[in-house]
Design a protein around this ligand. Structure first.
Ligand SMILES: Nc1nc2c(c(=O)[nH]1)N[C@H]1C(S)=C(S)[C@@H](COP(=O)(O)O)O[C@H]1N2
Ligand SMILES: [Mo]
Length: 581
């Protein structure tokens, strides 16, 4: 192996960081996964990162944006750790201070999360402590390898001053000449501070404490480090990196086992007192490439700010309906399941869905009508906003009037006939037909607080998104797709259109900017779901542009004006370019 001495120093820094992150994981099994430093800092980044950057990440990585964030954070951390290793060779305290700074960041991030307590500081503190120990061991302790190896010159005859050393390091001005030198500059301080610690192997040879960086004048750099100490060093790296990986992965696995999937499987959902209407025959055209009318749960889009999925024990879960109400309510999961449930198909859409995008899905939700719960709580006049608050502190703000206007707004516990999947909000979430998810669909919901729009901004509002988020009328061409090989003759053009709670009355398609042609609408369950549409096209050879637009049941056509997703949902006509041979 041809690692340079500096490479070894960088490796020491990275290994120390890996140990810090790795050992924090098993600690986080006790204190909760959100207290693990990488997750805590990542969560902080999610909350504070400027919105355009986040939107860019979503566009770039789609629903993998979280993995991208964690990998990015880890790479950045590795780069800093390598730098710290290099600096620590000259001044061990710089490395230790750097680790302390990272620990402070981890602690701050963990403690500022919703529902954090003092114990959440532990993973970062324990990790940083061991990381610091590792750095010390490599650079001044038992695993030390001399990163700037020098060989003493043959003693110069007479009193003449030795020539300045050629070498990678020039001595610091303030310390120049204060020989005798210890090439592990900076380490001496820490060795002194820790009398119990092993003394660097050659510190004694060069005499007392010294702070000269680089070789003393006249010393010659060696070709490479002493092979024996290098081997010891690399063995140490291997062993510690392995231990960090075992601790990290083991801890992660253990934390997963402490999740609520078993509790979820033990839930038996009650039969609905009001069943969902049957899906009419023909609602699903069953075309390849066309989104199925009912989205399978496994294919349902997932959007949230949670880096680790909240694991909420249904035994301890509570829903509090409070704030500006005359009759505050608190419900357990058992209380909730004991109430009459309705089952409804509702199409949920994300405000971040681009024109033609797939951040939309239709599912069968089982739950308690929010109107009934709110009527019981009896909101005060002027409490025009219901703030849904998740166990992780995320909030959304929904107009009280919308929740009470008779639509099937649900506090849902079931999705497509099963308890909510953990990542879709187990044990309970909100589902409100006609509103984008960010203003209505609170997952892992634990509070409904009655307030006013004037008095409270929910999570996305100060980040530049509109406080009001009714779903805009939209339509999408699912087939054909741009890369399909089309042949001259009849081609089935089909897709979905939605205008939740208003309903879609018409869908039209046009080719190459020609006249709009009316597509056939498939039957649908209700105005709260999307609808499939199809249109038979007599395709002619060449390149063509297909476009679609929908009209809602109020007669309002979908606008062709192109608008970005921010602040309240994208507009424009989905346009697909195809080639026919
Ligand atoms: N707790 C919580 N609930 C949340 C969110 C979130 O970030 N945290 N995101 C909302 C957004 S923006 C959308 S579009 C829907 C998505 O729900 P899904 O992941 O079940 O598809 O959840 C909503 N509920
Ligand atoms: Mo969303």
């Amino acid at each position: 192996m041809s690692t340079t001495p500096r490479g070894l120093a960088a490796l020491a820094g990275i290994t120390a960081a890996a140990v810090a992150i790795g050992v924090a994981e098993p600690v986080a099994v006790l204190t909760g996964p959100r207290s693990a430093p990488l997750i805590a800092v990542g969560g902080l980044v999610v909350d504070v990162v400027p919105e355009p950057l986040k939107q860019f990440a979503i566009t770039l990585f789609g629903t993998y944006d979280k993995i991208a964030l964690l990998v990015g954070t880890a790479l950045l951390l590795a780069a800093f750790a390598a730098l710290l290793g290099l600096l620590a060779v000259r001044r061990l305290w710089i490395g230790l201070a750097g680790i302390a700074a990272f620990a402070a960041l981890g602690v701050a991030a963990a403690l500022t999360r919703a529902g954090a307590d003092a114990a959440d500081a532990l993973p970062s503190l324990v990790g940083a402590g061991l990381g610091g120990l590792v750095l010390w061991a490599f650079l001044a302790g038992p695993l030390e390898v001399d990163p700037w190896p020098w060989t003493p010159p043959t003693p110069p005859p007479g009193p003449s001053t030795p020539p300045p050393a050629p070498g990678p390091e020039t001595p610091d001005l303030e310390t120049a000449g204060s020989a005798p030198a210890d090439p592990h500059a900076g380490s001496s301080g820490s060795v002194d501070a820790d009398p119990a610690g092993p003394v660097p192997i050659d510190a004694g040879a060069v005499g007392g404490p010294a702070s000269v960086t680089g070789p003393p004048a006249g010393w010659e750099p060696l070709e490479s480090t002493d092979p024996e100490s290098r081997r010891r060093f690399l063995r140490g790296v291997g062993a510690l990196a392995g231990a960090a990986a075992v601790a990290g992965l083991g801890g992660h696995w253990l934390a997963g086992r402490r999740g609520v999937s078993a509790a979820r499987e033990a839930v038996t959902l009650p039969a609905p007192s009001a069943a969902a209407p049957a899906v009419p025959a023909g609602a699903d055209l069953s075309l390849a490439q066309l989104a199925p009318y009912v989205t399978p749960t496994s294919g349902f889009y997932r959007i949230d700010t949670a880096l680790v999925v909240p694991q909420v024990d249904p035994e301890t879960w509570r829903l509090r309906i409070h704030g500006r109400v005359r009759n505050p309510i608190e419900l357990s999961f058992a209380d909730l399941l004991a109430r009459p449930m309705v089952e409804r198909y509702v199409t949920l859409a994300c405000v971040s869905n681009e024109v033609g995008g797939d951040l939309i899905g239709n599912a069968r939700w089982l739950g308690v009508p929010l109107k009934e719960l709110l009527d019981e709580a009896d909101p005060e006049e002027g409490a025009d906003q219901v703030v849904g608050r998740s166990v992780d502190g995320w909030t959304c703000g929904t107009p009280t009037a919308v929740l009470r206007d008779g639509r099937d707004a649900l506090l849902a516990v079931g999705m497509n006939g099963e308890p909510l999947p953990v990542e879709h909000g187990f044990p309970a979430r909100m589902v409100v037909p006609g509103l984008y998810g960010y203003v209505s669909a609170c997952k892992w919901v634990t509070e409904l607080e009655l307030t006013s729009f004037a008095d409270f901004d929910a999570y996305w509002v100060p980040r530049g998104w509109s406080a009001q988020g009714p779903v805009k009328t939209q339509s999408r061409i699912d087939t054909p797709r741009p890369r399909n090989r089309l042949t001259t003759g009849p081609v089935m053009v089909a897709g979905v259109a939605w205008a939740q709670h208003r309903g879609v009355s018409r869908v039209e398609v046009r080719v190459d900017g020609g006249p709009w042609r009316e597509a056939t609408l498939a039957p649908t369950v209700s105005v709260d779901t999307w609808v499939q549409w199809s249109w038979r096209w007599d395709a002619t050879p060449g390149e063509h542009i297909l476009q679609v637009r929908a009209t809602d049941a109020t007669g309002e056509p979908q606008t062709g004006r192109e608008q970005p997703v921010e602040p309240d949902g994208a507009t424009g006509w989905h346009t697909v370019k195809v080639t026919v041979r």
